[in-house]
Design a protein around this ligand. Structure first.
Ligand code: ADP
Length: 231
């Protein structure tokens, strides 16, 4: 989905300016990294696109949806097209790995056999099929992260929002996650990813937008960037 943000400001009570006058255009099918120090506004920007937060002022248009004017009844239809991977995973503790992924497809009324096929395909791809009966607490951090990604992409979303999906992972696992994100992107999904990982940004080239103090300070179309070298 195309994304357009115009003059977006987010102020947290009472006076924390998390984003300030952000203008951003992303075309359908782009892959965009958001970089910048902790507190620069990356997570706030991504959560606004998932409509978990609304802006204090400004416009956000995603595909045919105007997020500020969206009626409550439209939200489930919007959310169906958006996959999210946040740092806290938000896996359901009382469901095993396979059930955590199947849940997403069952919620949209997909027939059981198709659900089973899709779940098997994505868990196999993320090397989790043998772990499918485990509950999140029985899995390592890296496995939980891969499971969160499986869940976010199993529905082939139009937009994938990923906040530090390679955080705390070894290089090999991080690479396998990036391969998956790029292959999903190649099939048409717009991917927005916040990262602190210099290796990933170097090895998997894409547009890089840098935030600082809630503002966009640079936008490199095919980023060769030093994430922290300018400080
Ligand atoms: P980043 O993801 O780049 O680390 P964030 O978007 O998390 O940045 O944070 C931007 C700013 O907004 C920070 O100053 C942070 O403390 C503040 N902030 C984020 N979420 C909240 C919240 N729920 N309440 C108050 N302040 C917040």
């Amino acid at each position: 989905m195309d994304i357009r943000m115009a003059g977006v400001t987010k102020i947290f009570h009472p006076d924390i300016v998390a984003l300030e006058d952000v203008y951003l255009n992303v075309k359908r099918g782009e892959f965009v990294y958001f970089v910048g120090h902790t507190g620069s506004g990356k997570t706030t920007l991504l959560r606004m696109l998932n409509r978990e937060l609304s802006p204090s002022s400004g416009q956000i248009i995603v595909g045919k949806y105007n997020l500020r004017k969206m009626r409550l009844g439209q939200l489930p239809f919007y959310r169906r097209q958006v996959g999210v991977v946040f740092q806290d995973f938000k896996l359901l503790p009382h469901l095993n790995a396979a059930e955590n992924v199947a849940f997403v497809l069952e919620a949209i009324g997909m027939p059981g056999r198709q659900v089973a096929e899709r779940v098997k395909a994505i868990l196999t791809r993320l090397d989790l099929w043998k772990r499918r009966f485990l509950y999140p607490e029985q899995m390592s951090g890296g496995e939980q992260q891969r499971l969160a990604i499986a869940r976010a992409v199993v529905n082939m979303p139009s937009l994938l929002i990923a906040d530090e999906p390679t955080g705390n992972l070894d290089m090999e696992t991080a690479e396998s996650i990036m391969d998956i994100l790029f292959s999903i992107n190649a099939s048409g999904t717009t991917v927005l990813m916040a990262t602190h990982n210099q290796y990933v940004v170097d090895a998997f080239r894409a547009r890089v937008i840098r935030l600082s103090g809630g503002r966009i300070v640079s936008d490199e179309p095919r980023g060769e960037v030093e994430l922290y070298g300018d400080l």
